[in-house]
Design a protein around this ligand. Structure first.
Ligand code: ADP
Ligand code: GN1
Ligand code: MG
Length: 371
């Protein structure tokens, strides 16, 4: 068995409708939450690949309800794509592989939740972008995804993680972790703690406006980092938005903001050498262009006005979550080295600092695309 595989997958695979023989599996991707494997199945002499995931049920408290959200969203996207000539559902949306008893997940005897998706072939995810076209394509795909879900039938989706993007609540959790400082790590993060403290006032802008109705609540993805969209090998198009675990009611600003956070950085999220971490205005410009092309028609003037601010807000929020997890002992995000969460926090805060410096230039770019 591949040493990176933590589970006996041969005991899981027979419960899904794969219709073939399992040939092998390998750990896949660089997500921070679920255990993801690429599965190789031979079907009638053909090599087929699937994604098999052990869902992190510490993070997602009600997996059946979460999977029902994903079922509703992917079914709706399938119906939308069916109206578009030439579209290919199994490459342009996640497709759930159901279990033998027709469920979108399998619960094993140890209490692990499993699910499977069709593997999107001839496309890749990237941990950071290397060209303006990738920024444009990724943003266009996320805007299109939001647009397709505007008329999702069946009432509001289940709120998978309550207060997921409630930045003031995230700040309170950070303060509680700091007060407890249970591992004595605060001393090693003084600069980051001060940076966070100085920005508490700006955390409530979006949640306040959602509460007052100045901003609409929509169906949003809520985890739009660059490695959650697949770019097509042949033409670079953003072909498929993946990682639908957090699709629920929210603000488009947190989605656009997370694209800014992960798509405008010249380095990986956990880069240790901060001199390599540069906010790139050219990438921001292409991101705005791509997003406005697919979402510009339905965004309200207030949503558009806050697009530049949303990048700073969520980059701060995610930096704060990495810092909180560092203080709490690395219990939430997967870490692969000592101080990993603190390194991630530092890159986020460095990006916030540079976005603050570039605020006017970012406003000017958005103004150019405003209708
Ligand atoms: P996590 O929640 O841990 O981030 P993801 O669902 O994003 O897990 O999956 C992790 C990685 O696996 C993705 O970044 C992507 O590279 C790959 N992946 C996930 N789903 C698919 C799919 N259907 N086809 C191809 N690759 C996928
Ligand atoms: C997690 O699942 P993944 O790795 O795509 C996290 C996001 C963070 C991101 C930071 C459910 O995303 O909220 O922004 O890490 N997902 C969850 O990289 O907490
Ligand atoms: Mg992911």
């Amino acid at each position: 068995m591949n040493p990176g595989i933590k589970h006996d997958l041969s005991k899981v695979v027979p419960f899904f409708r794969f219709r073939g023989i399992m040939k092998g599996a390998e750990p896949w991707g660089s997500g921070h939450i679920n255990d993801t494997y690429r599965l190789h199945i031979e079907q009638g002499g053909r090599d087929m690949y699937y994604i098999l995931q052990r869902i992190n049920d510490k993070v997602f408290p009600d997996v059946p309800k979460m999977m029902d959200n994903i079922r509703r969203v992917t079914t709706h996207i399938r119906e939308k794509l069916a109206e578009i000539p030439g579209s290919n559902f199994s490459r342009e949306s996640l497709s759930i592989i159901y279990t033998l008893d027709d469920k979108p997940f399998y619960l094993d005897v140890y209490g692990n939740f499993w699910r499977a998706y069709v593997f999107v072939e001839h496309a890749q995810t990237y941990d950071f972008v290397s060209s303006p076209d990738q920024a444009y394509q990724a943003a266009k795909a996320f805007g299109r995804f939001q647009s397709m879900l505007r008329d999702l039938p069946g009432g509001p989706l289940y709120e998978v993680i309550p207060d997921f993007h409630n930045t003031p609540r995230r700040f309170e959790k950070f303060q509680a972790a700091l007060a407890a400082d249970k591992l004595g790590r605060a001393a090693s993060a003084q600069a980051e703690i001060e940076f966070a403290m100085a920005r508490q006032d700006s955390t409530s802008v979006v949640v306040d406006k959602l509460a007052s109705g100045e901003l609409p609540t929509r169906v949003t993805h809520n985890d739009t980092k660059i490695n959650n969209v697949m770019l097509n090998d042949a033409d670079g198009h953003g072909i498929c938005v993946i990682d639908l675990d957090t699709v629920m009611p929210g603000s488009v600003l947190y989605d656009f903001g997370d694209e800014v956070r992960t798509t405008t950085a010249s380095a990986a999220e956990d880069e240790r050498d901060l001199s390599k971490v540069k906010f790139r205005l050219d990438l921001f410009s292409e991101l705005v262009r791509g997003y406005m092309e697919s979402a510009g028609d339905f965004l309200t003037p207030e949503e558009v006005r806050l697009l530049p601010f949303s990048g700073r807000l969520i980059t701060f929020e995610i930096g704060l979550r990495f810092l909180t997890d560092y203080l709490e002992g690395d219990t939430y995000f997967k870490t692969h080295r000592e101080g990993h969460n603190l390194d991630r926090c530092r890159t986020q805060f460095e990006m916030v600092r540079q976005m603050e410096e570039q605020a006017e230039a970012m406003e000017a770019i958005v103004a150019k695309y405003r209708k």
